[in-house]
Design a protein around this ligand. Sequence first.
Ligand SMILES: *[C@@H]1O[C@H](CO)[C@@H](O)[C@H](O)[C@H]1NC(C)=O
Length: 327
Amino acid sequence: MRVHHRNRSLVKWIRQVLTNIGSLKTKLLLSFCMLFALSLIVGRAGSFMGWHRHSTELKFPSSRGGYTVLINTWRRNSVLKQSVAHYASCSSVDAIRVVWSENNPPSESLKAYLRKSVRSKAKSNHKPDFRFDLNEQDNLNNRFKPIEGLRTDAIFSIDDDVVVPCSTLEFAFSVWQSAPYSMVGFVPRMHWVDTKSADAIRYKYGGWWSVWWMGTYSMVLSKAAFFHQKYLEMYTYHMPASIQEYVSRERNCEDIAMSFLVANATGAPPVWVKGKLFEIGSSGISSLKGHSQRRNECLNDFVSLYGYMPLVASNFNAVNVQYEWFW
Ligand SMILES: *[C@@H]1O[C@H](CO)[C@@H](O)[C@H](O)[C@H]1NC(C)=O
């Protein structure tokens, strides 16, 4: 009887602690929101009252509504069909652009199929603008070529075999709108200092498990991330040509190159949004052997090319409380 009673009060106590933690987190979150709103108001008021900050900060034009989904595809038409149909159904999608990197252009039947699919899946009156961006050469730098006729500042860069649910995507877009110079994405990675290396500082590429375990990251991969369209221009025209050549020669690490570029431009870490992703089709390149060794090499080679390590680590992650039942 007594034990039973004590158990019950223990359960009660645990419950209470959990609710306290819950409300503490809610309070923290609320104060963050309020701080953010305050900084917005102050920022707006500042420009309204004619104060101008003179700084060397990046100045991008303010963001227009919606975002463009930039799908990188390669010889997987069935996967591409599923992915286009999915993103056409998400509400803030202004346009869907498919980066095509093959000798032969997409067939008329594929084009017709995809156009029809976009028209029928779109939920709102606003049908996303659908187009291919054709490249004859298979080059990983293609995915970051500036896009003609772009109407949004926000780019959502995605591999053709990764599906992010619309609600998760909307949440990440709202996070990006509050930090438009940052990369905001779903796949975090980390650069760890290699403690085994005796001489100069060497870095090791930290995959999913190390990030999950430590909670620290410094990159979000462009296989599923929002970033400002200006970075496409910077990648293609202002990033050192040696890095583009490296990516094209090694057929790898365009995502690490983009992370370096944004980190070097902002001096800030990216933002990791926690959310479930779904992979369609066969397994990607990351499961291939020797992948992590090549990623380590990219990290260290880019550090030599930059002359320093621009990546900044962070522990922050954004979680959509609406969909998270347990904090
Ligand atoms: C890093 O950023 C600085 C300042 O914006 C710029 O001058 C430099 O060229 C960038 N470095 C690389 C390697 O892109």
